[in-house]
Design a binder for this molecule. Structure first.
Ligand SMILES: [Zn+2]
Length: 212
């Protein structure tokens, strides 16, 4: 099987995401880049994830041309390929329709982190609604994400990236957690997210740990 490593990574991650409740049915999609050939493995379109095999994971080039796999690549491939083209540092992307991300994306505001582990992924801005699969959505995700790790998608979910699949999945987990905490705290009227200074201090700690 060609590109076995990245296809297995996509399969493992989509099953993990489904197991964690981040993805339901055939919603959401995950992509992993092969840096050597600059192609991405991505979940196929409209296939149930239970029983999916690595051979059934699609492979496309960065323009979205379908190279491998028996089923069409995800209909949301343009959003992934646009980000991989714009961000040479990104090795993986995770898009979910997580319940709390979707709730918190309604107002179009930036999602503020509440705990130190979430601070790594700030700022988490919201991409205005565009039709899934459209070139307009792909463009707006690239613009709103900039050099960051995650965005919310208005009336849709979230889109998270990382240097590899582990980093992208971690971002997806913590962004959903940030959205859940913000949602409950707002209902209680007690929402007090981390300050910009808290976030900067925590990011400095992460950067210094990575430097050694
Ligand atoms: Zn979607």
């Amino acid at each position: 099987m060609k590109y076995e490593t990245i296809r297995r990574q996509v399969l493992g991650a989509i099953l993990d995401a489904a197991g964690m409740g981040l993805i339901h049915g055939t919603s959401g999609n995950i992509a992993v880049r092969d840096f050597q050939d600059n192609v991405i493995a991505i979940t196929p379109s409209g296939r149930p994830y239970a029983g999916l095999t690595a051979e059934e994971i699609a492979v496309v080039d960065l323009e979205g041309h379908w190279l491998e796999g028996p089923y069409q690549p995800s209909s949301e491939t343009p959003m992934h390929t646009a980000v991989f083209r714009a961000r040479p540092d990104v090795g993986a992307a995770v898009h979910t329709h997580g319940l709390y991300c979707t709730v918190m994306a309604m107002d179009g505001e930036e999602l503020k982190p509440s705990t130190p582990p979430q601070a790594e992924f700030a700022p988490i801005r919201t991409v205005p609604f565009e039709l899934p699969g459209s070139a307009a959505l792909a463009r707006r995700v690239v613009e709103t994400l900039g050099p960051d790790r995650a965005v919310l998608l208005q009336n849709h979910g979230c889109f998270c990236v990382g240097k590899d699949i582990g980093a992208a999945m971690t971002a997806a987990v913590y962004v959903e957690e940030a959205a859940q905490i913000a949602c409950y705290a707002r209902l209680l009227g007690t929402f007090r997210p981390l300050s910009e200074q808290n976030i900067a201090d925590f990011k400095a700690i992460i950067a210094s740990n990575q430097a050694v």
